[in-house]
Design a binder for this molecule. Sequence first.
Ligand SMILES: NC(=O)c1ccc[n+]([C@@H]2O[C@H](COP(=O)([O-])OP(=O)(O)OC[C@H]3O[C@@H](n4cnc5c(N)ncnc54)[C@H](OP(=O)(O)O)[C@@H]3O)[C@@H](O)[C@H]2O)c1
Length: 312
Amino acid sequence: MKNLSICVLGGTGFVGRHLCAELVKRGHQVKVLTRRREQHRELLVLPSLQLIQADVHNETHLKQHFNNCDAVINLIGILNEKGHKGNGFHIAHVELSRKVITMCSSCKVSRLLHMSALNASPEAKSFYLRTKGEAENYVHTYAANKIAVTSFRPSVIFGVEDSFMNRFASVLKFTPGVLPLACANTKFAPVYVNDVVQIMADSLTDTSSFGERINLCGPKQYSLKDLVKYVATMSGHKRIIFGLPNWLSKLQANVLEYVPSKPFSIDNYHSLQKDSVCDGESICMTPLESIVPSYLQQDRNYSLLDRFRAKR
Ligand SMILES: NC(=O)c1ccc[n+]([C@@H]2O[C@H](COP(=O)([O-])OP(=O)(O)OC[C@H]3O[C@@H](n4cnc5c(N)ncnc54)[C@H](OP(=O)(O)O)[C@@H]3O)[C@@H](O)[C@H]2O)c1
């Protein structure tokens, strides 16, 4: 396969670190734009990766770095905003995606991989899913026949250094006895990050994926309560997980929305009103149970990049 020059936005995050390691392994030249280069210097262990400080919301910066690229990958996304009215989501998802595709066009970049989310839709009640849906529609409509766009719509993603499993492990650690869990019956089909990044990396040159929106789910479905119970067992924090009724879930969201760092927000509550599962068969086959114990149970302090170093 031809070695490509790829600019990655959001390459310093959980999915981004895994994806960049995979792209480098495949021989591609990778440029990661970050707002805070100093905080992500561990990525520099990856040969053929350049880590560049840039304001991704500034079109001039985007243009400068998209020039001469074969492909752009936009992984930027937020689960919570500072305010409460959706402006932060709009800027991070819709406005940024608009700038990215416009600059792809202006720099003659012919391939864009766009990270969305399962259930993203302009009709969704949560700002997260609504703005993800608007962004996805925008890039596909704008691209028309000029730019080959593929969107990826994963359920929750697990893997070394994920936010979902590790976050619940930390919550459980500091929970005395009983954890009151909101939206406990919502279903997920957790998908393994390595499956996600393999599909993304393969799609770069796979013309059958051009223009497609690909739902990504793992092989099994679990309720949120089952997942949290599993995390509790794996991380050694045995707790009683108590599923809250809907009205108390909503109340919890309304209270925690105003706690600094928003451990659970009204927008999270709205996102969790719909199961995050795929119709039909899954294309990502790695089961949760074959991966999660390795990082929740044993080597919690062994980072992804340490693994990369060890393999070289
Ligand atoms: N993780 C999941 O379970 C999951 C599930 C479904 C969909 N997704 C989507 O997959 C993508 C990657 O997820 P992730 O878990 O890897 O996210 P992440 O770890 O939070 O990383 C996102 C990256 O985006 C950049 N970023 C965050 N907020 C930004 C802002 N306001 N403006 C500009 N850049 C910003 C950050 O880079 P710098 O700080 O270096 O600039 C960060 O490294 C997101 O779009 C997410 O919505 C994730």
